[in-house]
Design a protein around this ligand. Structure first.
Ligand SMILES: *Cc1c(COP(=O)(O)O)cnc(C)c1O
Length: 448
């Protein structure tokens, strides 16, 4: 943590301690006592264990969808966590509940919903999507949910949980949904993913909006990964077509714990029509809604939720607005540039071949040498490179499986001698990676 942030954190933790003491001295009960020696030894062993992680903070980590939260969020979370407010009810954390309402208004405004909406934070993108699909079911109880073959795997799982019929929509070569294969009458809600988890692809919302309107079908946008890229919708770095129309959807999910600089435990769901609030009505004797103001627990599937998550996100948005030229925009622009730089370096490389042109900041590629003829050669070499980087601690990538039929459509010179091919995948979520791509690619090329 930077000296400045850690100094401010210590100062403000003291200030909270004073507030705590202002209610009169209270010493922890004897049962909670731990010896100094025990604290020393347990924490020493803890830090040893934690060093077993991969270096998520460093540009050499160019693997899975992982990155540490901003230090501002870490500090804000740590402060709030000493109080541990619960955003279930206003009584569980009045200030953090207000901060949650404020960040939800900022997100609603950002996605184009304006003042009229319903929404709250969740513990994850999966739970946020579960809630959106639950509202989808309550809205059209007899109909099915449709999503593309590239949607996050949890949509299928959550349809099972909700006992909802699910329809998988194939994707055509031009990236459009193959709507010919489905029966609109049986669909209640179509899921459109803006920023797929595998390749970071932006699904064709522009195609789905008129089709869904015509058939009276709801639209749910899963922007768990991609949502913050909307800051770049008017820039030359991405194609803004689909990002510009998000306000047409009935619900939107975004994960602040992915590109929102937050620690885990921070997803979000928004509904365009606040009337879906009626689905949440419950009347349990142990909840404690003492006022007529909106209690977030009244409009969420989950009961207890960390107020600290709202505090951390609120603090982050004070420092980093959701704008193109300030705050989040420049950060995401760097991530996007990292992917574009990596792509053009690989186009010129003799040893690494880009699998597909990236639409956001996820780059997929594969290694080749003189004797690479078929997909099993590629899988073997990919695994070899993946392992070599980790062994030498010089780079960290992830493996990604693609059906050989899709692979050979893009790279017909290779023989599909197996059903699947393993390639390499780098989720370039750190702005520092924009200037590190040349070095990263040099290191990868030197490893085989
Ligand atoms: C990550 C992701 C999810 C799941 O979110 P979690 O926060 O990991 O539960 C859902 N959809 C998409 C598109 C994602 O990228």
């Amino acid at each position: 943590m930077s000296k400045k942030i850690s100094k401010v954190l210590n100062r403000e933790l003291k200030s909270i301690e004073e507030w705590r003491n202002s209610f009169g001295a209270s010493t922890p009960d004897q049962t909670l006592f731990i010896s100094d020696k025990k604290i020393e030894s347990v924490f020493e062993s803890l830090s040893d264990k934690l060093k077993g992680n991969y270096p998520f903070h460093h540009p050499v980590y160019a693997g899975q969808m992982l990155k540490p939260p901003h230090q501002i969020a870490q500090a804000a979370y740590a402060m709030a966590m000493t109080i541990n407010p619960n955003n279930h009810a206003l009584d569980g954390g009045p200030p953090s509940s207000e901060m949650e309402k404020e960040v939800m208004s900022i997100l609603a405004d950002f996605f184009g919903y304006g003042d009229e909406f319903l929404g709250h934070l969740t513990s994850s993108g999966t739970i946020a999507n579960l809630e959106a699909l639950w509202v989808a079911r309550q809205s059209h109880p007899t109909k099915k949910i449709a999503f593309s073959e590239n949607a996050h795997y949890t949509h299928g799982r959550m349809c099972e949980v909700l006992r909802l019929g699910a329809v998988t929509v194939p994707i055509l070569e031009n990236g459009k949904f193959d709507l010919e294969t489905i029966t609109p009458d049986e669909i209640g809600t179509m899921v459109v993913t803006l920023g797929t988890t595998g390749l970071g692809e932006v699904e064709p919302l522009d195609q789905i909006i008129p089709w869904a309107k015509k058939h009276g079908i709801r639209i749910h946008i899963d922007a768990a990964y991609g949502g913050f890229f909307r800051t770049l919708k008017d820039s030359v770095l991405i194609d803004g077509t689909n990002w510009n129309q998000m306000q047409e959807a009935d619900s939107i999910v975004v994960d602040p714990h992915k590109h929102g600089l937050q620690p885990y435990g921070c997803g979000a769901v928004l509904f365009k029509n606040p009337e879906v609030g009626m689905f949440y009505k419950h009347d349990s004797p142990y909840t404690y809604f003492t006022s007529d103001d909106l209690h977030l627990g009244e409009i969420s599937l989950e009961c207890s939720r960390a107020g600290a998550a709202a505090v951390a996100f609120w603090t982050t948005l004070q420092c980093f607005p959701l704008k193109e030229k300030e705050g989040f925009g420049p950060i995401l622009a760097k991530c996007r540039k990292a992917a574009l730089t990596g792509y053009s370096l690989m186009v010129d490389s003799e040893k690494l071949v880009p699998y597909k042109k990236p639409e956001l900041d996820i780059l997929t590629y594969f290694p080749v040498n003189e004797s690479t003829n078929n997909v099993s050669d590629i899988s073997k070499l990919s695994k070899q490179v993946f392992e070599a980087g980790m062994r030498d601690q010089s780079f960290y990538l992830s493996l990604f499986k693609v059906p050989s039929s899709s692979f050979t459509k893009l790279h017909p010179q290779f023989d599909a001698n197996e059903d699947q091919v393993s390639i390499l995948r780098s989720v370039l979520m750190k702005p520092e990676q924009a200037d590190f791509m040349e070095e990263l690619i040099n290191r990868i090329e030197a490893s085989f």
